[in-house]
Design a protein around this ligand. Structure first.
Ligand SMILES: [Zn+2]
Length: 141
């Protein structure tokens, strides 16, 4: 079972349980998911993850000057290389594939790819255990 916080076009917030993420998508597409307050079918998942702030949506976290800067950067590069050489690249289907793996709809395997901030917030809400991959500037030496 999966629990979703939903919101309708009239900003009514409500919660619902679905057997899995696909069940929600299917019922949502068929217009069965309705707001219990105004019966609107224009409902979507409410995003409540506190760690993803709209105000910071165009910013990235950076670091410089740590005494072990070079070693840390090498470690991050090694981490990235390990993941990208051993896991399957799924492109912008990361959120979809990660959810399938999390809810055991498919066999567990390593994947990497890209997701939008909304998708990241939604994955956090669903309790999917993923991690960010470091984006590193190219070496200039
Ligand atoms: Zn409503």
């Amino acid at each position: 079972m999966i629990h979703y916080a939903l919101v309708c076009e009239n900003a009514h917030k409500f919660e619902a349980w679905f057997s899995n993420a696909e069940a929600y998508d299917e019922q949502h597409e068929r217009g069965i998911v309705t707001c219990p307050i105004c019966t609107s079918r224009e409902v979507h998942k409410a995003l409540m993850a506190p760690s993803v702030s709209r105000a910071n949506s165009d910013k990235v976290s950076l670091s410089i000057g740590h005494p072990q800067h070079t070693q840390l950067r090498e470690a991050m590069r090694a981490l990235r290389d390990k993941v990208t050489s051993e896991a399957d690249y799924v492109g912008d289907k990361f959120a979809e594939e990660a959810r399938k793996i999390h809810f055991k709809d498919v066999e567990a395997r390593g994947i990497y790819g890209e997701a939008t901030r909304d998708e990241v917030a939604s994955l956090i809400e669903d309790g999917v255990d993923f991690m960010p991959l470091p984006n590193l500037p190219e070496e200039h030496n």
